[in-house]
Design a protein around this ligand. Structure first.
Ligand code: CA
Length: 503
């Protein structure tokens, strides 16, 4: 028997839990399908007129371009994308709310760093770079460190080369160059690197060491300049020698019991489908509400995916100052897209459409569900570190491989990643917990996920049940349990966003 999910009482479409054949009855709604409709796609619940809005999540996705009868497969070209909400008149609404009861478990086991607001979930030697030019020798050195040196320091989890595409051949003083520079400067200081700084530079690049480190930090114990080394073997020896000094320091560290206020985590989604906003993302929102209420810093991002719900986010901002920051960041992105001859309709992917997501409004409503219902305490720009606990909007592109490193720069030590279509995305510098929107994904990739939110679609579990499962998983993984992606050794490259010109 076919079933469909209607999320909001005002919705005039429902999402098919499984595919339905032409002529088949949808018993809960008393209508017959007029076409074969795939899983995750929308069916019209009543006759709808030309010009009437298609409504899902209680939100208008766009106006119909012709009359359609009940039972119609509501495909993308039946309705038009509405204009984005205006930024000019956004006001703080005080509508955010914390859950009334908190779980008893409100501590975790992390690596504290004196003077840092957040503690680490992992104990990693991060070897930073000023420029992509040094990638070759650094990769050779890191292979040797992993093979020959790291085994001597059993309390260190990993060695991670922070190789990024920025650093030279760029307009370093262009107005938007602050974004990659700030991102790299803060990435170096991610709490998972234990407060130890090790920077490999070339010697003639535009991103000079003093743009990344303070004058006290610029010392032979923190910085290697490859052009000052004798030959390739000199470079490798210099990197390995300094790495061993740092590993000996990191190896002394131990986990201690810490309050949630020392935890900073992020979330993003990738390869979304029509179930993202029904199962996985509201479960993340549930867990994040509990963590935020307990004092943790929890971060959501992906500007193009919240653009169409910006008025809803403004209503949850705790102050007008936060709304102004939201307007600044979203406005910057609107202008950035316009400069590139694009708008937010460029966001949905072919996979999103195949998964039943018609346009960016529908995708946005599902994406925003990750942020739960808590008040938005702060809005930060790309790669900026938040100043207070609670729910934070950190402006980043929605691109998975850019959002990940940008959130790392903002200080996250763990990321929760939801997917409906499936992606092996992960990070090396922080554990990534993967949550699937539907069972079918786990049947295809049973060894890639930590949490299955598909139980919500089939009615076997509720959002609070999966949300609590995720809450416990977050604290377990933050405290040292390996995520599935970590076990498999999966990670993506560190793509630092550079909206400024390349020269
Ligand atoms: Ca994403």
């Amino acid at each position: 028997m076919s079933e469909a999910i209607r999320i909001h009482e005002n919705d005039n479409v429902a999402v098919m839990v499984s595919a339905i054949g032409r002529g088949e009855l949808l018993p809960a709604f008393g209508i017959h399908a007029l076409q074969d409709i795939p899983q995750g796609h929308k069916i019209a619940l009543r006759d709808l007129k030309h010009g009437e809005p298609v409504v899902r999540y209680g939100v208008e996705l766009g106006n119909l371009v012709r009359d359609i009868p009940a039972g119609t497969w509501v495909v993308d070209d039946l309705f038009e994308l509405p204009p984005s909400p205006a930024l000019s008149d956004l006001k703080a609404g005080g509508k955010g709310a914390y859950p009334s009861r908190l779980p008893e478990r409100r501590t975790w086991m992390g690596f504290e760093i004196p003077g840092y607001p957040y503690a680490g979930t992992r104990n990693i030697l991060g070897i930073s770079t000023t420029v992509q030019c040094v990638a070759g020798p650094l990769r050779v050195a890191v292979d040797r460190i992993r093979r020959e040196i790291l085994p001597k320091y059993p309390h260190v989890d990993d060695v991670s080369p922070l190789i990024h595409p920025y650093g030279c051949g760029v307009a370093i003083d262009a107005p938007d160059a602050y974004i990659p520079i700030r991102s790299i400067r803060n990435l170096i200081r991610n709490p998972n690197f234990g407060g130890e700084i090790m920077l490999v530079s070339l010697g003639c690049e535009k991103l000079t060491v003093d743009r990344l480190l303070s004058s006290e930090e610029i010392a032979p114990d923190n910085v290697i300049v490859l052009q000052e080394c004798r030959g390739f073997s000199g470079m490798i020896d210099a990197i390995c020698t300094l790495a061993e000094k740092k590993l000996a320091i990191l190896d002394e560290r131990r986990r201690t019991e810490l309050p949630l206020s020392r935890l900073c985590i992020g979330t993003q989604c990738g390869g979304s489908d029509a179930f993202s906003g029904i199962s996985a993302n509201p479960s993340i929102g549930y867990a994040f509400d509990l963590l935020a209420a307990g004092g943790a810093t929890v971060m959501f991002s992906e500007v193009t995916e919240v653009r169409d719900g910006v008025h809803l986010l403004a209503q949850r901002c705790s102050s007008q100052e936060t709304v102004e920051n939201l307007k600044r960041e979203i406005g910057w992105y609107d202008a950035y897209l316009a400069r590139g001859g694009a708008d937010r309709s460029a966001n949905p992917t072919p996979g999103n459409h195949a998964g039943g997501l018609s346009n960016i409004v529908e995708k946005a409503m599902g994406s925003i569900a990750k942020s739960g219902h808590a008040p938005i305490c702060e809005v930060v720009g790309p790669g900026q570190i938040p100043s207070k606990g609670g729910l934070v909007f950190a402006a980043t592109p929605a691109s998975d491989i850019v959002c990940g490193p940008t959130q790392l720069a903002s200080g996250i030590t763990l990321q929760v990643f939801s997917t409906g279509r499936g992606t092996p995305y992960s990070l090396r510098e922080a554990p990534v917990i993967k949550i699937a929107t539907r069972h079918e994904l786990l049947e295809r990739w049973p060894d890639l996920f930590d949490v299955d939110a598909g139980f919500i679609i089939t009615g076997e579990k509720t959002i609070p049940e999966v949300g609590m499962e995720l809450y416990d998983m977050i604290l377990d993984v933050a405290s040292g349990r390996e995520s599935e992606a970590e076990k498999l050794g999966l990670y993506n490259d560190l793509i630092i966003d550079n909206p400024a010109p390349i020269t």
